[in-house]
Unconditional design. Structure first.
Length: 230
């Protein structure tokens, strides 16, 4: 049953409110897992997090942030040095070029300050909507809905979307989730994806939102049917 298609918008919104209340209680300290002290550091860390764990990024960034403190430092610095400091995050050559390219544009067009609009952020090398939303929501307090693999998986299982494309998922979720909760909603879902709703073996028995999840309901329904057949 395609819950995301058949459930009316008002019913979805009501279920989202219930999910938010439950997730807020389950993950009261949910926050951005990347370590940073300012918007520039968050931008760099988020670029590095592509196809890399936050834990690995957090091991790499202290030395990087100590060496490069401003956009100008990245813009005028040695590309080879940046590559060496971020090598263990994977795809380090592309990431280094993007970091330096973004810093050069920030220095040239934004007086060395990370811009605060979606349109300006996605114009920076290496910055897509996900990275821009992370920066807006966490560094500037502007509601943003970053969509990563956890957001895709968990929201599909919850029946809030049936899309796989992050941009389409973002559009659907921002229509369902109150704007003031966009940033926290992503933190709650990501936390839940890591703690309970893993890709291979979701812990449905211990799940704090199992009664609000159509996937769990379908599993239970099928289990009952199998028992009756036996």
């Amino acid at each position: 049953m395609d819950v995301s298609k058949k459930q009316p918008m008002k019913d979805k919104q009501a279920r989202v409110q219930a999910l938010i209340a439950r997730l807020r209680q389950a993950y009261p300290d949910a926050h951005c897992a990347l370590h940073y002290k300012n918007p520039l550091e968050l931008m760099v860390a988020t670029i590095l997090s592509a196809q890399c764990t936050d834990e690995r990024v957090n091991k790499v960034t202290p030395a990087l942030f100590k060496r490069f403190k401003t956009a100008r430092a990245y813009a005028e610095g040695s590309l080879e040095e940046i590559q060496g400091l971020i090598r263990s995050t994977g795809f380090y050559q592309n990431k280094a070029r993007n970091i330096q390219g973004a810093a050069q544009k920030i220095e040239k067009e934004f007086f060395g300050k990370v811009p605060q609009t979606m349109a300006e952020l996605v114009g920076l090398p290496g910055v897509g909507r996900k990275t821009a939303n992370v920066i807006l929501g966490n560094a500037f307090g502007i509601p943003g809905m970053p969509v990563d693999t956890h957001m895709i998986r968990v929201n599909n299982r919850l029946g809030l979307t049936r899309e796989k494309d992050p941009v389409k998922i973002e559009a659907e979720l921002t229509a369902l989730v109150p704007q003031a909760e966009w940033t926290l909603y992503s933190h709650w879902i990501i936390s839940h994806g890591r703690a309970r709703c893993q890709a291979r073996k979701p812990d449905c028995e211990s799940c704090e939102i199992a009664d609000l999840c159509p996937r769990v309901g379908m599993i239970q329904h099928n289990t009952v049917k199998l028992r009756k057949l036996k």
